[in-house]
Design a protein around this ligand. Structure first.
Ligand code: F6R
Length: 369
């Protein structure tokens, strides 16, 4: 049932190109228009929404953090992202013009379910992004956009995360389309790239052997830090979460701009620091800033593990280890930059003798608050 793989997690990492393609299937037409009529939310609700609030937990929360960048950039609707477990306890401001997006692989996470019930009680419309047909969260929502990752068995979420990202990008683009956002060249390029992103994920998977070797060489370490900016920041958080839950190592993700406000004090000789580098084109200011962050931590002895686009030569002199990913539109980069971090955590867990599919103290579906 593991299809020749040692662990379900490895199988599910390998299934990501297909999972991504399946989640896109039938949702973009030949003219590059979004066809999400299955999301039966009246157009008036989508047009009149004045705020989007995303609620989720764990890895799904990280997908939500990335979705915020896409929703605000493409639709100009303000978007908040909140941990479902915190949401209802702070008396959030919700009304009929609030569109709530609840992201959940299992559709059974109690924290997310309680948050969505609270949102509906306040009159908000709730749209679920979910991987499990007929589960509780979509049943209790006003509408649902299913991810088509297929069953995810390993406790650590991998293919579900990539498909949550795809679903959120589709939703953001659809919201823009319904609201008449100008469909400029940037959006056309994104839609085109999204339609073929599964192939890019496949290319990343084909180059993972050095990442595995690197992970094995770090098996004796206590701490790994992860840095990112813009959409690379939630990717850093996700890389750290995977390492905590699978390798039981101290791992933390930071926004690279925050380094100088405290975390840089953690950097010491030979500390592994993974840096997710934004595309050098488009947002080149951020790129330059992160390159100087890499220089700063390296000057303090860090062992830099740099994830950067093909063709990004500026990082080469400062990378102790360089992991290449294909160039993508800025907002889509997490679909390729997350993959090496999943492989890294899986291999480190194996090297440390941990049970990859069933990490200690964790359950696949968290049905208690
Ligand atoms: C991490 C992981 C968890 C889940 C979280 C939410 O690898 O799997 O953090 O993402 O428990 O679960 P769902 O998406 O089922 O609501």
């Amino acid at each position: 049932e593991k299809g020749g793989y040692d662990h379900f997690m490895l199988k599910e990492i390998a299934e990501q190109p297909r999972a991504v393609a399946d989640t896109l299937l039938g949702r973009i037409d030949g003219a590059g228009r979004l066809t999400l009529d299955e999301v039966r939310i009246p157009g008036s609700v989508l047009r009149e929404a004045d705020k989007v609030v995303i609620i989720a937990c764990g890895t799904a929360f990280h997908a939500g953090l990335i979705a915020k960048y896409a929703i605000e950039h493409w639709t100009r609707i303000p978007c908040e992202v909140e941990l479902a477990s915190e949401f209802r306890y702070r008396d959030p401001i919700l009304n009929r013009r609030t569109l709530v997006i609840a992201i959940s692989q299992s559709g059974e996470t109690m924290d997310t379910l309680m948050a969505l019930r609270h949102a509906r009680e306040q009159g908000a419309k709730v749209l679920a992004v979910c991987n499990t047909n007929g589960s509780t969260i979509p049943r209790e929502s006003d509408a649902v956009l299913y991810t088509h990752a297929g069953p995810e068995v390993a406790v650590a979420s991998t293919k579900a995360f990539l498909t949550q990202l795809v679903a959120c990008y589709l939703l953001a683009l659809y919201l823009g389309q319904v609201r008449g956002t100008k469909w400029g060249d940037e959006i056309h390029a994104v839609v085109r790239e999204l339609a073929r992103i599964g192939d890019e994920v496949e290319r990343v998977l084909e180059t993972m052997e050095p990442v595995r070797a690197l992970a094995r060489s770090l098996a004796h370490k206590d701490t790994v830090l992860f840095l990112g900016r813009h959409v690379g920041y939630p990717v850093a958080l996700e890389g750290a979460l995977k390492l905590k839950e699978l390798a039981y190592m101290h791992a933390e993700g930071f926004a690279a701009g925050e380094l100088k406000h405290g975390p840089i004090a953690l950097v010491e000789e030979d500390l592994p620091v993974v840096v997710v580098v934004p595309s050098p084109k488009g947002r080149s200011v951020l790129h330059d800033k992160i390159v100087s962050n890499i220089q700063e931590i390296r000057a303090r002895g860090a062992r830099t593990i740099v994830i950067a686009e093909e063709g990004d030569e500026a990082v080469v002199p400062y990378a102790d280890h360089l992991i290449r990913i294909p160039a993508t539109p800025t907002l889509l980069q997490p679909l390729v930059s997350t993959v090496p971090l999943q492989v890294f955590a899986c291999e480190l867990a194996t090297a440390r003798g941990n049970e990859v599919d069933q990490p200690r103290n964790l359950a696949k579906s968290v049905t208690v608050e």
